[in-house]
Design a protein around this ligand. Sequence first.
Ligand code: BG6
Ligand code: MG
Length: 213
Amino acid sequence: MIKGVIFDLDGVLLFTDKYHYKAWKSLADKLRIPFDEKVNDRLRGVSRMESLNIVLSYSDQTFSETEKEVMAAEKNALYREYLQKMTPSDVSDDTRAVLEGLRRRGLKLAIGSSSKNTPLILEKTGIAKYFHAVSDGNNITHSKPDPEVFLKAAEYLNLQPCECIVVEDAEAGIDAGNAGGFLTVGIGCAAQYEKTDHPIKSLSELIDFVQKQ
Ligand code: BG6
Ligand code: MG
């Protein structure tokens, strides 16, 4: 029986994946590295430094660790400029209805995100009130596809992985969910991924799906 739902944040609950794209694109353009939506899809779910390494893998140049630290900080500063402008109106009515509907049905809800910017995003959009627990880039040592972030989320909810659904837009996130023993639901990019247990087109399909389990 499903008792909890663990949501990825960027690209699932909010469209912050677009801001990640814009910030990486700006850095890549400056370095004259080709970067498009397809490359960006490879960054979904993976940590900031791993994302940077993927971006730089399209360059002929090699960069020192210090140079990489500077680049990651520059990308993050630009990304946070976009986040600072977010407000509660950036949360769609659909997303609110699903979160409220799941809570009304007694489900425990958690965030499971690789992002260290999760606290800022929650503060700006005011959605923290919907969640019983938050597991993010600040409390893990291994990023997705490692299951750590979801295992911690389940632990914070006092639930077993087999009692929780993981909702993801990233292939790395689906791999993480599967590795942790969770039922995986894929939206966006992850809806086309063959390892996703259950693809959905919109979050509103979640309530029915949870009730059928
Ligand atoms: C994930 C995003 O949620 O967080 C990745 O899907 C991102 O694209 C990762 O690299 C880390 O984010 P942040 O905010 O800590 O740089
Ligand atoms: Mg995501």
